[in-house]
Design a protein around this ligand. Sequence first.
Ligand SMILES: Cc1ncc(COP(=O)(O)O)c(C=O)c1O
Length: 380
Amino acid sequence: MSEFIPVNEPLLNGNEKKYLAECIDTGWISSEGPFVSSFEKKFAKFVGRKHGIAVTNGTVAIDASIQALKIKAGDEIILPTFTIISCVLQIIRCGAKPVLVDCDPSTFNMNVDDIEAKITSRTRAIMVVHIYGLPVDMDPVNEICENYGLLLIEDAAEVIGQTYLGKQCGSFGDISTVSFYPNKHITTGEGGMILTDDDELAERCRSIRNLCFQPNKRFIHEELGWNLRMTNVQAAIGIAQLERIEEFVCKKKHIGKEYNELLKETKGISLPITKTSYAENIYWVYTIVLSNEIKKTAHEAISILSQEGVSCRPFFYPLHKQPILLREGYFRDQEFPISEHLYDKGFYIPSGLALSDRQQIKVVEKIKTFIRKCSKEKKL
Ligand SMILES: Cc1ncc(COP(=O)(O)O)c(C=O)c1O
């Protein structure tokens, strides 16, 4: 059977085994183990934050942040429509209102020029989400937050190790979150972290993570919490991964640059932009957007490439199109054409840390063959 190239595969060949063996040998496998606080401190230091609160995934990191910020029914939060559903779940569950903006066609990030017009007297926060490897243009967002007294929530799940004007992503929000799912720059299997410089917020997050147990009145609860505790086993992997973060970001950039070179002459597709005035692309995933002359959708392309042994993934289905959210009465008749177009025509190709040069060449060959066939069907 011919080789199948996965869209992502993590690299786990550093100190992961050694630290995992320590968990087994010492019996520390729960969240009480020493790797957890060590991972929190190391990761917070890497990002340049005072506090890191390790949790079970990036989605609940956002959920807990929204609760910790006391976002309540009637509050409005401005966020991009072109993002994962994780960003909106707790906003909706707590009765707040998500207010969407479209994205920039070249960076795929929320169009910061659209934010101000969406602010009302009920707006409490802006949630920025750095998408696919380039950061959101933070200076204008910071200015808006300052001018209007808004909270800033930063979802940095996809850009661990990326910087905005030299400052680490994850260091901008009143509260920021990351994910350590295996397709992220560093992984703990499942996992996430909340980051903040605010002592009180950090304490609230720690409490929410741990069922809101009270230190001196255990089993007496004043607030509804969650069990979001990361285990020592996950943190052990996280520490080993963090030791290699610079190398991993370099590898991602290398993969991106190779694809840029190998695909630059291919007509009918647009490649990710290499940089903006504030950051170089670190290619968390390598994206392809089919031009309109290619009469295939991204889904058709993914299916054809999959039959050829190349695993790809579609872009985000915009929040304003999500059936569950429409059924619940959100975003009726709202249109965000750029996000919709990107969903129709965009997908990402194998770009995980374990991808070899040889695999990359094969991916490129398969993409070129696909485009050639499309062009023959309809002359470009
Ligand atoms: C931008 C963004 N936010 C949040 C998440 C959710 O993270 P997790 O899968 O760890 O729940 C993801 C996951 O891919 C993501 O891409």
